[in-house]
Design a protein around this ligand. Sequence first.
Ligand SMILES: O=C(O)C[C@H](O)C(=O)O
Ligand code: SF4
Length: 516
Amino acid sequence: MENFRQSIYDLVVETSTNLPYDVRRAIRQAKERENAGTRAALSLATITKNIDMADDNVLPICQDTGMLTFEIKVPIGANQLEMEKDIYEAIRQATKDGKLRPNSVDSLTGENSGDNIGPGTPIIHFHQWKKDYIDTRLIIKGGGCENKNIQYSLPMEIEGLGRAGRDLDGIRKCILHSVYQAQGQGCSAGFIGVGIGGDRISGYELAKKQLLRDVSDVNENEKLAELEEYIMEKGNTLGIGTMGFGGEATLLGCKIGSMNRLPASFFVSVAYNCWAFRRLGVELDAETGAIQNWLYKEGEKISFKNDEAAAASESDTEKQEEAREVVLQAPITEEQIRELKVGDVVVINGDLHTGRDAIHHHLMEHDAPIDLNGQIIYHCGPVMLKDKDGEWHVKAAGPTTSIREEPYQGDIMKKFGIRAVIGKGGMGPKTLKALEEHGGVYLNAIGGAAQYYADCIKKVEGVDLMEFGIPEAMWHLKVEGFRAIVTMDSHGNSLHKDVDKTSFERLQQYGEKVFS
Ligand SMILES: O=C(O)C[C@H](O)C(=O)O
Ligand code: SF4
């Protein structure tokens, strides 16, 4: 198995940097559904530009390495202990090379292992089979979309849809609701895998395994095929759209599996995956470990480069009519903030400081390492590499889900005089109120567009609180032309609140029985 380690390294790098062909096709279809010039269409254009950039530069599509999960089928007699060791080494190397962010964190101490290896990470499932080659599939599933997974226990009352019983119609309600509750926070448009039955653990596992099915795959079970089609159609009428900005494309794929359950339990488990649906596979020679065949690469490989030019010229004219563009450079005054309204596009030049979960928690009780008065905080955990001269370089730097900072954000802004925060998915009522009282603004960047934003970062000025690890440290960055959309302003307006409300109203249309 002299080539096994190299093959796994290639699989890891390819999965992190190059989206599968079936996923590209689904994104292309979503693009075709959105009208040129809308926020959703512009966001999708950023997403597809990012997909091409990651591919061209062999760098992470999204900064979040997520949970690496391997599903490996081996012939009888394959040495799984050796394979496991090689997988660890391949992951260590890919992390060193900036293809993965160090993402494995001790749950009690918060310490980052630095190489993606630790108790529980990565996840490796071996299965024996009768064939003579090794089938290895890898899913890199990000934390933000993982947080939008949901499990229902039937029978139950589902908000907006009423009673859901232990039947196909009850299952239908659970799945539709799962799409609604994700809003844009898991970087919609997304894919869902659904597991019906099992126990709480195996139900989720079945849901995640559905994500291994090709997007074009039609369910062998007729009833489930019908349900998948129904969810695809109705899910896309909820109007959540790309990044939860509203729009026609909310769901890119829905795959449903079923297994037996216990008489007392009836779980419907949903695994939500963002548009950055990184899963690939390889077939390996069992003797040498060399790659014989790549999976999820059938058919034509879509590159979005050609659409870009056409879309850019079309949407530029409309964008000028629709959205106002405002240039911001820190330090920002309260007056500048009060002028901004939901829908404005902000172009940031100058200083940005990253801060995510650990920093927000820390700042509640400590002073900030620098003066944050009038500054902009970016909810971001980048992929960084240090060169020989000790200088840091940004390899990927998209936004993280902001709602996790909801308990802290308003207080932190007031305490330090911060005027703007950039993130994705929006924030809740507590932050909205603080923005109004203090004079602050929430800016939404496009989730997963890690190469697109890394390109705007011209210099790493420094870093503080490195003890929290690379993703959680406070990075001081100089940016140029960093674009984001005002989605919560200082006048009590929130696009996220509005989209939630209208999508809930649409969800309520689907309370009547459909499947018997
Ligand atoms: O951890 C991150 O950088 C992002 C995360 O995947 C998220 O979606 O919030
Ligand atoms: S930031 Fe968005 S695209 Fe990236 S892993 Fe998280 S949910 Fe997925």
